[in-house]
Design a protein around this ligand. Sequence first.
Ligand SMILES: *Cc1c(COP(=O)(O)O)cnc(C)c1O
Length: 407
Amino acid sequence: MLLDLLAKAATERRAAALSRQRHTAYSACAPYQTVCDRHGTPRPLLSFCSNDYLGMANNPSVIDAFAEGARRYGVGSGASHLVSGHSLAHQTLESELARWMEPYIPEAKALYFCTGYMANLAVLSALGRAGATLFCDKLNHASLIDGAQLARACTKRYAHCDLGMLSERLAASESQLKLIVTDSVFSMDGDIAPMTELLELAESHDAWIVVDDAHGFGLLGERGHGVLEHFGLSSKRFIYVGTLGKAAGVAGAFVAAHQSVVEHLVNVGRPYIYTTAAPPAAAHALLTSLTLIAGNDGRQRRAHLADLIHQLRAGLQTLLTRHAETGWQLTDSRTAIQPLVVGCNAAALELSGALEVDGIRVTPIRPPTVPEGTARLRITLSAAHSSDDVSRLLASLSVLMAQREIA
Ligand SMILES: *Cc1c(COP(=O)(O)O)cnc(C)c1O
């Protein structure tokens, strides 16, 4: 019977230290957030696990814009985009995003989605028809993996950022439509895909590139325009997905691509068509968020974040050298995602629990989100953090690592 099967699965999950649970937050997303701890008691914890990289989720100007948007457009869109839910707020946001992306994708148009998950499903299922081949990095985000499954295309995976293997696979393929599919900043490792080389391969094999910039948009590039600005690339071959619930602080995502691609998505992208349009107020708030990101405010936030990344990485490197016996490792990341890879699931849970006792929150990430044996604490930094916050995390880890040695 179903309930017996589920009970058995739950027992197995617990035995493998793979049970997941949610922790209810009582206050806004911010470095100090009141959250239910493991014992169900709400208390303020210093958090290093949100993707609110620029501190926009709780920014007063963005909050005001959201409220103004709600007053002007109401709280719900009432229908899908193709029926009657497409508002001036959505349209204005799309025009602004197209203007942002046009230097990197000639003749770009942008399309706003409710979530990045849905944007990835829409792109891959609409373009990955029978006859197409998707070439996917092994460490791609779950939404790209699911999108590839939804597509009726043939899927070939290549080892993480392995250009040699990708090149061989492309050369061996006789597919009419080749799509290289990659995260820009890998969500669980923080490293950046070699976009310049990927574009060279795309050009020499007549392929297109679907790039998911969930962790680059707002952060990479002088103006925060993302990974294509960062590498100074421009090509009609890019089909760009940027998410708007992370650095932009609100919700949703967009696809920017040649106008013909966007036109195709509006017509056949089922995750775009068959869902109620996101609240127009979210789109309205995003316009303010984008203005902040591209301006001086955003530049200062990115510079502060870069300082924090440097401080954390240097501090962690010192700790790992001092406690080499732990076998814990950093990844090759220069972004706000700085995972501490501890290996076994139970060790990751235990470390996260010990930090929580100290009033610090870092969620453990376990398989299947990351490969077996690479459970980690995914530490993320935000421009809303202070240098003292980072020092507090390092001090706490230092004590825990020393205690571990004694034990
Ligand atoms: C978060 C994330 C998504 C999904 O975006 P949502 O807007 O949260 O649905 C897609 N890709 C990557 C790499 C992500 O990290």
